[in-house]
Write a protein that binds this ligand. Structure first.
Ligand code: PCA
Length: 198
C-alpha cells in the first residue's frame, strides 16, 4: 500500500519546522509499503494542491499530515478540523483571512480517521509525550486537515487520514522556557503513529 506523509516548511517566528526535518529523514518504505513524503508551503491557498496531486496519483491508504504547534508539550493527534480560516498572523504569502469558511458549501467539521486512542497508548508505552488535541486551530494546519478529509470523502477514498501537531524540536532556535523534544524522539513517535495505522 502507499502511505502519504506531509510536513510544512518554516513560518512566522519558526526558522525551521521539525515536520520538514521529519520528511527528510523518514524512511521511504515501512514494512514494504511505499512512503511518499511532501513538504508543503505555509500558504492557505496553495498548500493543498500538492497533497491533492499525490492523492490522485498514489491513492494512498494512509494519509497523515504533520505540522508544528509551538507551545504544545506533547505530540498531539488532532480530533477535528473545522470549516474556518481565521488568523491573526499572515501565512508565508501574506494571507490573513478573518472568519472565513474553507468551503462555504462544506460541512462544519470533519473528524479524524486516525486511531487516536491506539496512538496515545502506543506512545505512552514508549514514554513519548502524547495527548489528543481537540482543536487544530484555524490556521493553515486546520485548513489542510479539513481539505484532505473533505477530498477523500468526495472521491470516496477509503484512507486512514488525519493530522498530527508536534512540539518544537530541541535542535531549533527556541527560548529556554519553551518545551521541546529531540528530533529523534519526534521521529520515533511519527514512526509509531504510522505503525498504528497499518
Ligand atoms: N504549523 C502551522 C502551519 C504550519 C505548521 O507547521 C499550524 O499549526 O497551522
Amino acid at each position: 500500500m502507499n502511505i502519504l506523509l506531509t510536513g510544512f516548511g518554516a513560518f512566522l517566528n519558526n526558522d525551521e519546522n521539525p515536520t520538514e526535518e521529519i520528511m527528510k529523514i523518514f524512511p521511504i518504505s515501512i514494512y514494504g509499503n511505499k512512503v511518499i513524503k511532501l513538504v508543503l508551503p505555509v500558504d492557505f491557498n496553495n498548500a493543498f494542491d500538492q497533497v491533492k496531486e499525490a492523492i490522485d496519483e498514489f491513492k494512498p491508504e494512509i494519509i497523515i499530515n504533520f505540522g508544528l504547534a509551538r507551545g504544545r508539550k506533547a505530540i498531539t493527534p488532532e480530533r477535528v478540523a473545522i470549516n474556518v480560516n481565521d488568523s491573526k498572523q499572515s501565512d508565508n504569502v501574506g494571507n490573513a483571512p478573518q472568519d472565513e469558511t474553507i468551503n462555504p458549501n462544506g460541512l462544519n467539521a470533519y473528524f479524524t480517521k486516525l486511531p487516536l486512542k491506539k496512538i496515545v497508548e502506543k506512545l505512552n508505552q514508549k514514554s513519548i509525550p502524547v495527548s489528543i488535541s481537540n482543536t487544530a486551530g484555524t490556521y493553515v494546519c486546520n485548513n489542510i486537515m479539513y481539505r484532505v478529509l473533505e477530498y477523500i470523502d468526495q472521491i470516496d477514498l477509503d484512507a486512514v487520514a488525519g493530522f498530527v501537531h508536534v512540539p518544537l524540536m530541541t535542535e531549533q532556535k527556541h527560548n529556554d522556557d519553551e518545551f521541546t523534544l529531540p528530533l529523534n524522539t519526534i521521529l520515533e513517535g511519527v514512526i509509531d503513529i504510522v505503525k498504528c495505522c497499518l
